[in-house]
Design a protein around this ligand. Sequence first.
Ligand code: UT7
Length: 321
Amino acid sequence: MNSTYSRIVGTGSYLPKKVLTNRDLELAVDTTDEWIYTRTGIRQRHIAADGEKTSDLALEASRSALRAAGIAAGDLDLIVMATTTPDMVFPSTACLLQAKLGVRNCPAFDVQAVCSGFVYGLSTADSFMRTGQYRNALVVGAETYSRILDWSDRSTCVLFGDGAGAVVLRRDSTPGILSSHLHADGSYANLLTVPGTVAGGKVSGRPLLQMDGGGVFKFAVKAMDDLVEEALAANGMQKSDIDWLVPHQANIRIIQASAKKLGLSMEKVVVTVDRHANTSAASIPLALDEAVRDGRIRTGQHVLLEAVGGGFTWGAALVKW
Ligand code: UT7
């Protein structure tokens, strides 16, 4: 019987200083604050400064999580970075982050699962921890979506923002991460994609985000429902055992549908989409950090994380705090 598990012992996050409101966007594209807010729940998003890279956002979030966990970067045995907006083709943003943290030697790699990236990263790090080889792991979700948006396309540019969140996992004899559940179906690749690629010394294909919003919406609601059932069944738990839902923050209507499925009142759902918009792999750790720091999430509680993203990918983690 496995007796090595991992627990989340510190969270951190970082948002770039610049705030772009719906009103600001009204001046740039044919949209309104009213349309954006009623269709998505978004009021504003943060935008990285020129020259501020994904690894810079990740660094701030990581430092904050390390402080909360009470460990030094040198104590890390593993760095898993979830991002769809890496600093460059390679090295991985995880390696660039490791260097910025001033440490060497521990394994560091990126996980690419778009908006499900943090759940994928958490599950990956937890699996490593369960082997017993590692004591402390850093899992980061960081994104600069502002760089891959078509700022003249009102159907997508209003939906996303930049930010980073991080957690520190520590090896423990009792589980903090109770279970994780990952899925993918690449046949949906075209619903949400940045199809451009670097080839022959130039970018070929469109290097900007394109999405079938309605198709994504339908898929997301169904996938979130299935994840709830799967995570509860795997742990022999009831809906009423869940203290907090921390969903991927893409659209308040998707979040409300998932809460309804769980029979949870919206007071038990951590919502940041109004202030952060969709920060892809960063959205769950950003929301988690907010609810831990303001005292909503407390020791002993059960927290369900769930996400759906391009790929398509989807996944959940049930965590005992
Ligand atoms: O993390 C995963 C990533 N993405 C998502 O989760 C997104 C999932 N999808 C959604 O959140 C929603 O489908 C959207 C917010 C993208 C769209 O909401 P909707 O209620 O499905 O609207 P719609 O696509 O049906 O568009 C309705 C109308 C269209 O006009 P017509 O054809 O009815 O005249 C759009 O052209 O709204 C128009 N529209 C806008 N109007 C003002 C689209 N974008 C905008 C805009 N401002 N920004």
